[in-house]
Design a protein around this ligand. Structure first.
Ligand SMILES: [Zn+2]
Length: 273
């Protein structure tokens, strides 16, 4: 699942394949860019911001432009050598092809594909909170943004990219398991919010440079997560069946024993006499 680390890895693939290259051709297969031709443009750099990809180019008029894309749940970029078979995904999912003398970059099932002046990049990513894998990562600012809505569940708040950019459902579930926090806990009742945020950053950072996402340190299939994707399987710590339920717009996985509901202050009339 594309989360911040996957997008970071993808940006690096594009950086290695295209940075510094002058494009020899482009093929956009989305209506809004169907007539765009990047032949002769130079790729300056590839960057990620949260779950957004930013391919920065110099146009033939020497103006800086940014090709923006978002992977959401199913998008991907792949780089191939010229003449190599494009084996990544079915051809009908191709949204853009960028040709350079040394590599061909193919974007599959990309979302929000847009070409904007680099000076206007902020209109696409300016709303994002601190990027967990960005050079400007700022734990304090992420905590401040999360804490601004103390009644919201931590499960929903961690997924809100305006609070911090890069956490998807997998890391959300895993971080809360490792901290022993129920996903339904109000942000204001999370015992150590800075510690939770710092752990999320460490988990994403640990998966940079590889495509297998693991929060357990185990890389083989079936061993990579504590609770994510493990409904009804025994908790790796206590053996209780892992549960899966909807929380907001997403499903969440958790261990009801390791992540008990917080005891909220009760109203006076609810108190036992
Ligand atoms: Zn457990």
């Amino acid at each position: 699942m594309p989360e911040g680390d996957t997008v970071w890895n993808t940006a690096r693939v594009l950086q290695r394949a295209l940075a510094g290259a002058r494009l020899t051709g482009s093929d956009f297969r989305v209506p809004q860019l169907a007539t765009t031709d990047l032949t002769g443009w130079t790729v300056r750099e590839s960057a990620s911001r949260g779950k957004h990809l930013l391919l920065r180019l110099t146009g033939i008029d020497a103006e800086p432009w940014t090709l923006h894309s978002h992977l959401r749940m199913d998008g991907a970029w792949r780089a191939y050598a010229p003449g190599e078979r494009w084996s990544g995904r079915p051809a009908h999912l191709i949204r853009v092809v960028l040709h350079s003398p040394a590599a061909v970059a193919v974007g599959y099932h990309l979302h929000e594909l847009a070409l904007v002046p680099t000076a206007e990049e902020e209109s696409l990513v300016g709303h994002l909170g601190p990027d967990l894998l960005g050079p400007d990562w700022d734990t304090d600012e992420a905590v401040r943004r999360l804490a601004a809505d103390p009644d919201r569940t931590i499960g929903e708040a961690l997924l809100d990219q305006r609070n911090l950019a890069g956490v998807g459902n997998l890391y959300k579930c895993e971080v809360l398991f490792l901290r022993g926090v129920s996903p339904w806990t109000p942000v204001g009742a999370v015992p150590d919010l800075p510690g939770t945020v710092a752990l999320a950053q460490r988990l994403l950072a640990a998966n940079r440079g590889r495509w297998t996402q693991s929060t357990t340190g185990v890389l083989h299939r079936g061993g990579t997560s504590y609770v994510y994707g493990r409904r009804a399987q025994p908790c790796r710590r206590c053996g209780t069946a892992v549960r899966k339920e909807e929380l907001g717009e997403r499903v969440t996985y958790w261990c009801p024993a390791c992540q008990p509901d917080v005891e909220l202050p009760r109203n006076a009339q609810d108190r036992p006499r």
